[in-house]
Unconditional design. Structure first.
Lengths: 211, 249
């Protein structure tokens, strides 16, 4: 176990030198503040060398070996991702998401058994993000190659997500595929009386037949 | 003043951190103000779908000092202008409007005239209307509200009355018309601006926003005015506005 006192300033208890460097690197991570970074740095210093190096090795391997699927742009460890390689998947439908993190959230729900397409962003009229800035052309090419009957747009219910959904509908409908949008409205478990005007409007617009 | 309560239009809503949003609101009493909506992107957020741009909201914002980024404690939707979100062209016109206001104003500088213009401008956007023209007319008004009204009565270089010099040129850098003689000497980039185009801009400036739908601009006048206003706005704020052509690929 490393000597903690040697890396700690006697004056104010702040980490010094190498430990400071580790703290600075950790604080760059999302959701990690100065205090948490400092706590993690001290934990890594106190932990077994083997365990700490396993973490370092995992980070190195992710950076060196992870690529992007040539078909759907999901993260992969080879030319194609595990989803595109899975023979049990329904290859006639594509679900379009903004980021790989959304794809993984949907995968965890097991609600969709088709293929995906990751756009890496959304169109933004406010920020001047146009179709050439995200992977809309790749999606059009996939649909043009044939075999796809439905494209489900699962972009966020924001101005950017809406703009992307409208644009994709305009581009993909003429190619003869069904283009649908995931439903949005009242979250499960919520009291309707607390819903805002936009959510209520969307949930009434997106209502469906019962029975 | 730690607690700010005001009505306003949401100009921008930026993702921040893991689950927050930074919202920029333009209000009649406080001008442009910003605040953090904590947890706004989480499933069980109390802000719901209220934080999207173009919405008219009632806002409660807690700020320790006027310069600090406030915390949004409550925000209620007054009008969503939901038709804006249903069409890319309308959305782009609305984006041009809010971006103009965001780019040309500074924080905490109230301008009730600008606020009213923005509300009327967003209200006027309908899919069946000429929204590009609405955005252009809005642009002319916004420049007037902020002291950047282009100068058309005399040459911006030598001060001679403009009427003596036809045809005229427009200098985006100087912010007005340039007479033939000064134009010949060269005062930077100049754009052609006919008498008809100047008359159109002057008329647009005089009419109130709800009455602007009476104005029509076609052909060369439309092209000249659009080009001149776009270049002048860029010269003033140093930022480009979203274009209607960005969706054509």
């Amino acid at each position: 176990m490393a000597d903690i006192t040697s890396s700690t300033s006697k004056a104010n208890g702040q980490p010094q030198g190498l430990l400071m460097r580790l703290t600075r690197e950790l604080v760059r991570l999302p959701g990690i503040g100065q205090k948490t970074a400092q706590r993690l740095a001290f934990h890594l210093m106190k932990t077994d060398t083997e365990e700490a190096l396993r973490l370092a090795e995992a980070i190195r391997e992710v950076k060196e070996k992870i690529t992007f699927c040539t078909q759907c742009r999901n993260i992969a460890e080879g030319p194609l991702c595990a989803i595109c390689l899975d023979p049990k998947r329904d290859t006639s439908s594509i679900l379009v998401v903004e980021e790989p993190s959304t794809l993984h959230a949907i995968e965890q729900s097991r609600a969709f058994r088709g293929l995906y397409h990751v756009l890496y962003g959304a169109l933004s009229p406010l920020d001047g993000v146009g179709p050439a800035d995200i992977r809309t052309h790749d999606l059009e090419n996939r649909v043009q190659q044939g075999g796809i009957t439905e494209v489900i747009v699962a972009t966020n219910p924001t101005i950017e997500g809406e703009a992307t959904a409208i644009y994709l509908t305009k581009r993909l409908k003429p190619l003869g595929v069904k283009v649908s949008r995931i439903a949005y409205g009242i979250p499960v478990g919520m009291d309707i009386e607390y819903a805002d005007e936009v959510t209520l409007l969307k949930s009434i617009e997106g209502r469906r037949d019962l029975g | 003043m730690p607690l700010v309560r005001t009505r306003g239009i949401i100009l921008r809503s930026l993702k921040w951190g893991d689950a927050d949003r930074i919202v920029t609101v333009y209000s009649p009493n406080f001008g442009k103000i910003r605040g953090v909506a904590r947890g706004a992107r989480r499933m069980k957020t109390r802000f719901g779908g209220v934080l999207e741009p173009f919405g008219l909201v009632d806002l409660s914002l807690f700020q320790k000092t006027p310069e600090s980024l406030g915390q949004i404690s409550q925000i209620d939707l007054v009008a969503s202008y939901s038709s804006i979100r249903e069409n890319l062209t309308v959305m782009t016109a609305a984006a041009r409007m809010v971006k103009m206001v965001e780019a040309i104003t500074v924080d905490r500088d109230p301008n009730p005239g600008m606020y009213t213009t923005l509300v009327h401008g967003l209200k006027s956007l309908r899919p069946e209307a000429d929204v590009a023209l609405s955005a252009l007319l809005f642009q002319i008004h916004v420049l007037g509200h902020t002291g950047f009204r282009p100068q058309f009565d005399s040459c911006t270089e030598c001060g001679q009355l403009a009427k003596q010099h036809i045809p005229q040129w427009f200098s985006p850098r100087l912010g007005g018309v340039v007479c033939h003689d000064c134009g010949q000497r060269g005062v930077g980039r100049m754009l052609s601006l006919s008498k008809g185009s100047v008359a159109f801009i002057e008329q647009a400036r005089r009419l109130s926003i709800p009455n602007l739908s009476r104005l029509k601009a076609i052909g060369s006048v439309r092209i000249e005015v659009e080009t001149a206003m776009e270049a002048y706005f860029y010269a003033v704020v140093g930022k480009s506005l979203p274009t209607f052509e960005q969706w054509v690929s």
